[in-house]
Design a protein around this ligand. Structure first.
Ligand code: FBP
Length: 262
């Protein structure tokens, strides 16, 4: 399946998902220099920007803050996660059920898998249950497809990223989120490998406005359906300005240069 053009988490089939699960995944160090953002309502406010089609958060943030934003923000329930304190084999356990997320008013489900790790069989089984429960609830599923483990020497190799998107298609994700494979050509391969599953770009660590937007532009030209971005938005001094520019690049097809000039 694919994300329908009229889905609440897409605009004309394209999405800008603001991701804010870093408090769990990376810890409070991710807030260095932007300590005010330790207050989740500051980032919920960013998610009300018109460009943002869904806001990806963990259960606790959804429980405590989403009720005040439910008419302004589409909730993408990130239903598993792990902390950077864990030093064992990569594994992302489920943190809330699809049923509970649906009760809370979620518009979509997000789930990480780490293909290539020793926990892959377990993660594929976990994803199977989540994907089927999401189908029952009528919610689209976004897979964070992040190949890791001993066999993966280079996370962004074109073949690794094309394999990551293909796994999304094979396991029934509507949308698959991958790291940028460093070129438009490689991104095109990843988009082709995903069939009708929408491919969205992961934002990565914060870079300059131009570097970030030109990567997004290249990915969009290669057929990506948008992005799921965290640090490159919420760590910025002026998140509204970058969301304004992203809106132009993702939905209006403008170049990074033009989007920054206006
Ligand atoms: P960024 O845009 O900040 O990279 O966020 C995307 C994301 O997938 C988050 O949802 C998640 O917290 C983080 O990246 C995980 O990154 P990694 O596993 O590489 O540490």
């Amino acid at each position: 399946m694919t994300v329908p053009a009229d889905s609440p988490i897409a605009r004309d089939g394209k999405s800008i998902i603001l991701a804010h699960d870093h408090g769990l995944e990376h810890g409070p160090g991710a807030f260095a220099g932007v300590e005010d953002r330790l207050d989740p309502s500051t980032v919920f406010d960013m998610a009300t920007h018109d460009a943002v089609t869904a806001f990806a958060v963990q259960k606790g943030l959804a429980e405590q803050y989403y009720p005040s934003y439910d008419d302004q923000v589409n909730l993408l329930a990130k239903c598993n996660g792990s902390s950077s304190l864990w030093m064992g084999e990569p594994y992302s356990p489920q943190t809330w059920s699809v049923e509970y997320a649906a009760e809370m008013g979620a518009d979509a489900i997000g789930y990480t898998v780490y293909p290539g790790t020793n926990t892959e069989p377990q993660m594929f089984e976990d994803f199977q249950e989540v994907q089927e429960e999401a189908r029952e609830e009528g919610l689209p599923v976004a897979m964070w497809s992040y190949p890791r483990g001993q066999a993966i020497k280079e996370h962004r190799k074109p073949e690794t990223i094309a394999y990551a998107t293909r796994i999304g298609l094979e396991l029934g994700a509507d949308l698959v989120k991958v790291k940028y494979p460093r070129s438009g050509e490689a991104m095109e391969w990843a988009v082709d490998a995903a069939g009708n599953t929408n491919v969205v770009l992961s934002g990565g660590s914060k870079t300059s406005d131009y570097e970030f937007l030109s990567t997004v532009e290249t990915a969009m030209d290669a057929g990506a359906s948008g992005l799921a971005v965290g640090r490159n938005v919420w760590q910025r001094d002026d998140p509204t300005a970058i969301l304004d520019a992203l809106e132009k690049v993702v939905y209006e097809g403008q170049s990074a240069e033009d989007a920054l000039e206006e």
